[in-house]
Design a protein around this ligand. Structure first.
Ligand code: ADP
Ligand code: MN
Ligand code: MN
Ligand code: MN
Length: 345
């Protein structure tokens, strides 16, 4: 038997975006535990905005487990929060995602490293040289020294955990980076994004560095904001698609614009200004290979008879991938795919 360090992690009740929380319990197993071997656990919800003091127990239900490369015999246990009666807690966005093994999501997480209240690599006063050389840049003057070390360590932790991490790039602003995570199944990429965020935030503790997820940390300046583009497809979009269905789908996204913006991350009006390759927060648009549209339609989608994936560019870096995936699938589900509809039209 081996004593495993199980880090149960969950999302707290803060709004508009939840924070990650975690605590460790030690349990003995013969080999690395499978999900169904992991017991329910609990925590004091009155300390996480998830309960009142007089009846504060919340339940942690393991939903995914990952090897933890930072600890000997460690596991990260992603949990949903339940009420004592076993029903989903109101803060449990994951429980609102429609089950669909054919739904695939790819999230592109942008973020800043922050140290001493400013982006890593920024001078104490003023600004570094203007944007231009930093995106996909190399060399100390462009990326500094610690950032790439952290990014590489984070990549290794993600791969060790079995997360479907797809790649990294230095972003447009100094101190800003991106990674991408892709998953098949409606909850997979969102689970892995939260675990990847956890690994990143825990890793940077020892460097005295924080992750700044705000979508426009440098405010109304020419410095880049941070997004979390949401690439999505369903079995129907990949295999059947078609122009008529696509146009109905885009009309549904247009009709639900406010509902989408509500869960696409706070302060998004600061980022979605219609400038700098962003769409205006006030209108919905789509366009072929258009990085200034709300939804970018890849060339391959049109060439392939309106089949494939689409990129919603509006979600921001602080958005909750659970709430984003949930909303995207609700809008998709509101559009009929039946041939009877097109026959009648
Ligand atoms: P860009 O920065 O040009 O938007 P990236 O390579 O950073 O492109 O991100 C593209 C994303 O699209 C990746 O996360 C990828 O996994 C995702 N993606 C590719 N194909 C599909 C698909 N069929 N369904 C959902 N997402 C997809
Ligand atoms: Mn990208
Ligand atoms: Mn990017
Ligand atoms: Mn993108």
């Amino acid at each position: 038997m081996t004593k495993y360090k199980l880090e149960y992690i969950w999302l707290d009740g803060y709004t508009p975006v939840p924070n990650l929380r975690g605590k460790t319990q030690i349990k003995e197993f013969d080999v690395f535990p499978a999900l169904d071997q992991l017991p329910l656990w609990g925590f004091d919800g009155s300390s996480t905005k998830q309960a009142e003091g007089h009846s504060s127990d919340c339940v942690l239900k393991p939903v995914a487990v990952y090897p933890d490369g930072a600890r000997t015999d460690g596991a990260i246990v992603m949990c949903e929060v339940l009420l004592p009666d076993g029903s989903p807690h109101p803060s449990n966005g994951r429980a609102t995602i429609l089950d669909d093994p054919g739904a695939w999501f790819g999230f592109e997480q942008e973020y800043f490293f922050y140290k001493d209240g400013r982006p890593l690599g920024f001078p104490e006063a003023g600004y570094p040289g203007p944007q231009g050389p930093y995106y996909t840049g190399v060399g100390f003057k462009n990326v500094g020294d610690i950032a790439r070390k952290i990014v590489e360590e984070h990549l290794d932790l993600c791969l060790y955990a079995g997360i479907n991490h797809e790649g990294i790039n230095a972003e447009v602003a100094k101190g800003q980076w991106e990674f991408q995570i892709f998953g098949k199944g409606s909850k997979k990429a969102a689970d892995e994004m939260w675990v990847a965020r956890y690994l990143l935030q825990r890793l940077t503790e020892k460097y005295g560095v924080d992750i700044e997820y705000h979508c426009k940390p440098l405010g109304d300046t020419d410095w880049n904001g941070s997004g979390m583009h949401c690439n999505f497809s369903t079995t129907y979009l990949r295999e059947t698609g078609g122009k008529e269905y696509f146009e109905k789908l885009m009309a549904a996204f247009d009709a639900n614009r406010e509902e989408h913006i509500a869960v696409y991350g706070p302060d998004n009006h600061m980022r979605l200004t219609g400038k700098h390759e962003t769409a205006s927060i006030h209108e919905f648009s789509y366009g072929i290979a258009d990085r200034g549209a709300s939804i970018r339609v890849p060339h391959s989608f049109i060439k392939n008879d309106y089949k494939g994936y689409l990129e919603d560019r509006r979600p921001n870096s602080q958005g909750d991938p659970y709430q984003i995936a949930s909303r995207v699938l609700k809008t998709i589900a509101s559009v009929s795919t039946g041939s009877s509809v097109s026959a009648a039209a």
